[in-house]
Design a binder for this molecule. Structure first.
Ligand SMILES: [Zn+2]
Length: 271
C-alpha cells in the first residue's frame, strides 16, 4: 500500500560532524567515496540507527561515537543494497571487551564437549550482532581486523538461512558464486597448508614469530575455517584493502563487486 504523501519535518542528523569524522577515520574506504555517496552513507547510517537498538553490556556506555562507529561499518557494505538486507534483526549488543561464549559440540563418538570461546564479535542467526568495543574502537591504533564489517557480512549471508558463504543472489549469479567461492576457498586452504609446511620446525605456528610467515597470505588464516568465514574475511578486505584481494583472487573479487554493487578499486584509482 502506498501511503499518502505528507510533508515531513527534516530530522536532525543522529551523528554529529565530530563523531562522523572520527568513525569514518577508521574506515579509509569512506574518505574515498564521492561527496554524493558519502552523503547517502550518512543518511543510511541515520536510518540504520533509527531502526536498530544499540545496547551496552557489562557496563559499556553507548556513546554517540559507539553508535556512529557501528553504523558506518554496518552501512558501508549495504550502501547500494539498502537496509532491507538487515531486516531480520534489530539489536546490536556491545561489550567493553571480548566476551565469553559457551560452546557445545558433539564429536564423532557422540560425546558432548562443553567448551567456551572468547570472541570479538558474533552475528547470531535471526538475532543480534554482538561486538567488543575494545576490538572496534576507531581510537585504537593497532586495529588488526575489521570486526564490524565481518559480522555484518555474516548477517548478509544469513538472510536466506545459515551462514554458508552464499547470500541471496539472483539466479544468474548463484551457480557462478558457488563455483568460484568454493574454488577460491580451496585455493586459499591449499596456500595455507603449503605455508604451514614451510614454517621451520623450531618455530611454534601459534607464536608471534610465525606471524611473519602468515603475513604472506592474502587473507587472515581464519578465513580457512569454512566458506562462511572466507566470505566474511573477504568482505573485510574488499573494503579495507581491495587491491590485495583483487590481486590474489581476481574472479572472486569481481563477484564481490557485483554482489555489493560497489567498486572500491575504481574509487582508489581516482586518487
Ligand atoms: Zn566470522
Amino acid at each position: 500500500m502506498r501511503l499518502p504523501w505528507f510533508p515531513r519535518r527534516p530530522q536532525a542528523p543522529l551523528i554529529d560532524d565530530a563523531d562522523w569524522a572520527q568513525a569514518g577515520a577508521g574506515v579509509p574506504a569512506v574518505a574515498l567515496l564521492s561527496a554524493e555517496a558519502q552523503a547517502r552513507l550518512r543518511a543510511l547510517c541515520d536510518a540504520f540507527l533509527r531502526a536498530k537498538t544499540v545496547s551496552g553490556a557489562r557496563g559499556l556506555r553507548v556513546t554517540p561515537l559507539v553508535r556512529a562507529t557501528i553504523a558506518v561499518q554496518a552501512c558501508l557494505p549495504v550502501l547500494e543494497l539498502g537496509l532491507g538486507a538487515y531486516r531480520d534483526f534489530v539489536e546490536i549488543v556491545v561489550y567493553p571487551a571480548q566476551f565469553r561464549v559457551p560452546r557445545r559440540q558433539t564429536d564423532d563418538a557422540g560425546v558432548v564437549h562443553e567448551t567456551e570461546e572468547w570472541l570479538a564479535g558474533e552475528a547470531m542467526q535471526g538475532g543480534p550482532v554482538v561486538l567488543s568495543w575494545e576490538d572496534v574502537d576507531p581510537g585504537r591504533e593497532d586495529l588488526a581486523t575489521q570486526v564490524i564489517i565481518h559480522e555484518f557480512v555474516h548477517k548478509l549471508d544469513m538472510i536466506d538461512g545459515e551462514a554458508d558463504g552464499i547470500p541471496p543472489l539472483p539466479a544468474s549469479l548463484r551457480t557462478q558464486w558457488e563455483t568460484v567461492l568454493l574454488a577460491t576457498y580451496d585455493d586459499f586452504c591449499a596456500q595455507l597448508d603449503a605455508l604451514e609446511r614451510s614454517i621451520p620446525r623450531h618455530i611454534d605456528p601459534e607464536s608471534e614469530q610465525a606471524d611473519d610467515w602468515y603475513r604472506a597470505l592474502p587473507l587472515d588464516p581464519y578465513a580457512a575455517t569454512d566458506p562462511a568465514e572466507f566470505f566474511a574475511v573477504s568482505g573485510e578486505l574488499f573494503f579495507f584493502d581491495p587491491a590485495r584481494l583483487q590481486a590474489a583472487f581476481p574472479e572472486w573479487f569481481a563477484l564481490l563487486r557485483r554482489f555489493f554493487r560497489q567498486d572500491p578499486l575504481s574509487r582508489h584509482s581516482l586518487h
